[in-house]
Design a protein around this ligand. Structure first.
Ligand code: PLP
Length: 391
């Protein structure tokens, strides 16, 4: 059975070009980049090249790029660094819809002597910007707001938000893990002080992340050890993965325009046809300001997990809420924060496409999904099409 993978916000396939660049650095060029000999030095040169590629996609300088082990480590490092570098400040601002990498850290700080403000969102997942600005105080150590949401795909106005926050002299961090490679990002046009990336969301390997740290930002390392990453993150470099994320950023730059327009067309076709063919379906997210690859669709009066299982029989891989929450039957914190009604949140499915999806795959999903939903609704005690009907 063919796999039809539309779960790219959970993780992506490593691009063959990325894989090919990584392989020699396991077996052939295995030197330590810190070594004095040429064998190790050549590896160091390759890491410098990767750092330049990552810097280019962000509009940053290479020395502002720090390699970490994942997006979660980058988020943790940024928030902890701001807190440690501003010991007199005891207030953190973030949002109600962050990935657990930020949300759970915020909750941790709220139990450990900090006041944490979680900014709400509306039904389309758009941030309450007035609420954010009203809550900025001289005690605020950091504002951490994701660039785009992993579940709804809603994009936040980071350029504007970061500039306003920075004018108040407050550190601004953004989790851009889902935004990179999908929409253009140029940190030089923003007030962003720190930004997180993850390799496995843009056709790079798992286990590699990036933290951008603007020159001049007060910083304190999270992992203290050797001199690697100019003393900002100890530990021998994950050489092959660093080379991999460098190549992935280079490819993402190439795909940003043409291929992403194609991905958006496929996403729009999938969404339009589903809404047309299946009654009682609702889009979760902001149609005007959304990642081009993502659609989160609520199928009212059905269990999301049952839809996933039945699609799985046809090899269709999607997600109910985020991958991190799909182990439990609780509607995700993102959909709850958006005020999605219980009957809709429970039946929400996220489809997230990539450059590797084809029109045939999208047509296959459009063909298979309506009978799946119909069957499940026939079994649902809450579904009575005479009462609800099409709307
Ligand atoms: N931030 C966002 C928005 C994400 O979607 C994810 C992963 O799903 C992460 C952070 C965590 O990244 P990683 O898996 O590299 O730790």
């Amino acid at each position: 059975m063919n796999v039809i993978y539309v779960d790219n916000n959970a993780t992506t396939r490593v691009a063959p070009e990325v894989f090919d660049e990584m392989i020699p650095y396991f077996s052939e060029f295995y030197g330590n980049p810190s070594s004095m000999h040429t064998f190790g030095g050549n590896v160091g040169r390759k890491i410098r090249e990767a750092r330049e590629k990552v810097a280019t996609i962000l509009g940053a300088a290479p020395e502002e790029i720090v390699f970490t082990s994942c997006g979660t480590e980058s988020d943790s490092t940024a928030i902890r660094a701001a807190v440690l570098s501003n010991p007199d400040k005891k207030h953190i601002i973030t949002t109600r819809v962050e990935h657990p990498a930020v949300k759970n850290l915020g909750e941790y700080f709220s139990k450990n002597g900090f006041r944490v403000t979680f900014v709400p969102v509306d039904r389309k997942g758009r941030l309450d910007i007035d609420y954010l600005y009203e809550n900025l105080t001289d005690d605020t150590a950091i504002v951490s707001i994701m660039w785009a949401n992993n579940e709804s795909g809603t994009i936040f106005p980071i350029e504007e938000l970061s500039k306003t926050v920075k004018e108040r002299g407050i550190v601004f961090h953004t989790d851009a893990v889902q935004a990179i490679g999908k929409i253009p990002i140029d940190v030089s046009k923003t007030g962003v002080d720190m930004l997180s990336l993850s390799g496995h969301k843009l056709h790079g390997p798992k286990g590699i992340g990036v933290l951008y740290i603007r020159k001049g930002t007060k910083f304190s390392p999270y992992i203290i050890g050797g001199h690697q990453e100019s003393g900002r993150r100890g530990g021998t470099e994950n050489v092959a993965s660093i080379i991999g994320i460098g190549k992935a950023c280079e490819l993402a730059m190439e795909h940003l325009g043409k291929e992403n327009t194609r991905v958006k067309k496929l996403r729009d076709k999938l969404e339009t046809e589903i809404l047309k063919r299946i009654p009682n379906t609702i889009i979760n997210g902001d149609p005007e300001n959304r990642l081009p690859n993502t659609t989160s669709i609520a199928f009212e009066y059905v269990e999301g997990e049952s839809i996933l299982l039945m699609m799985d029989e046809f090899g269709i891989c999607a997600s109910s809420g985020s991958a991190c929450t799909s182990g439990s039957l609780e509607p995700s914190h993102v959909l709850r924060a958006m005020g999605v009604p219980f009957t809709a949140a429970h039946g929400s499915i996220r489809f997230s496409l990539s450059i590797y999806n084809t029109e045939e795959e999208i047509d296959f999903i459009i063909e298979k999904l309506p009978p799946i939903i119909e069957r499940l609704r026939e079994m649902s005690p809450f579904w009575d099409d005479k009462v609800i009907g099409n709307r």
